[in-house]
Ligand binder design. Sequence first.
Ligand code: UDP
Length: 402
Amino acid sequence: MKRILFLMSDTGGGHRAAAEAIRAALLTRYDADVELVDVFRKYSPVPWKYMPELYPWLVNHSKSSWGMGYKLLDTHRSAKTAARGMYLTMESHLKQMIRENPADAIVSVHSVITRPSMHAMLSQQKRPPFVVVVTDLVTTPMFWYDRRAEHTFVPTQTAFDRGIKAGLQSHQMSITGLPVHPNFIKSIPEKQEARQALGWDSTLPTILIVGGGEGMGPIFKNAQAINALRLPCQLAVIAGRNRQLKQQLEETTWNQPTHIYGFVKDMPRLMGAADVLITKAGPSTICEACIAGLPMILYDAIPGQEDGNVTFVVENGAGAFCPSPYEVADTVADWLHGGQRRLNQLSRNARRIARPDAVWDIADQVWRFAQLGQIQNPRRSFLKELQEDMADLAKQLTSNGT
Ligand code: UDP
């Protein structure tokens, strides 16, 4: 039996979703022992420890600073230096993580913790193979790319090209698509069956609204704008872990049948039952919707890391970007007016860019890496590397004229 350790964190729902998807595929095909660890929560000092709690607040309330941070760190050098700084604050915790979690392969599914974890691995005499599964879709943060990792799995060509820009060689990466849980793929029910199981109207077109695991963005305003148009449809709104939003939705009087949910565990059924998805541009949600053949109206994107997701969906004809509730409602009205033919066309476009096999391809490769045995680390001087990073950063700042 081989032990595989996934490095993730519950900052949003996508990292855990990806790790659990690959774990399920590994357990189906192989005799694997798979462990998931939330690196921020379990092996980081304050303030990193509270990242799972801080993340939704940061991306909801300081969007422009988040976007600025993305831009500042959008070069290989700046990301490398920031990661080194982060490592200095996390070093003893990360080393403890390595001691407490011996493994035959390490898989990072989180951008920010990839490089600091790799540093910690390299501080040992030996280490297991280290692979990275990029869970952002298109405009992937530079933190993802570490030349010293054995392999990096990326979801799209643009993510691959960014890896090349970050100094990886093409043989160090594979374009696989984003891993979606095997259960998701196999348990998308037929539409009428799903609606019946959910107790929804079987005849009305159905609009599903979700804002990632945390219920982020103007979900309530979007639902209200649709409500105001009194369209011949039904609404299903998922508030995720956002309790306040759920309460607000439950206290509202709706003009059409409206079903309210907190965090749901049967997303395949809800997506299978819907005709249109209104969502923020979360990578996992987008990929799941594509597999379910569900056209999307994207109302928001986390600046930087999710901007490219919007282009991906819109350019492939799988949906529209509508940054205001009025545009969201108008687009719903327009799509419904186009009838089943219009919805079917959009649905086909979404399905065309789906990669349902990604999870199996990645699991097979991870398993292969777990067979390689421990890798002897080269001797290295941390201080020398730090000096090189600082010199790199100085060069970059000079060339930017800042
Ligand atoms: N999700 C879920 N139940 C919910 C809301 C979301 O299972 O009530 C899942 C969703 O299906 C997706 C993930 O959470 O797999 C959200 O990931 P995404 O990358 O779209 O957004 P994030 O939450 O990471 O910003």
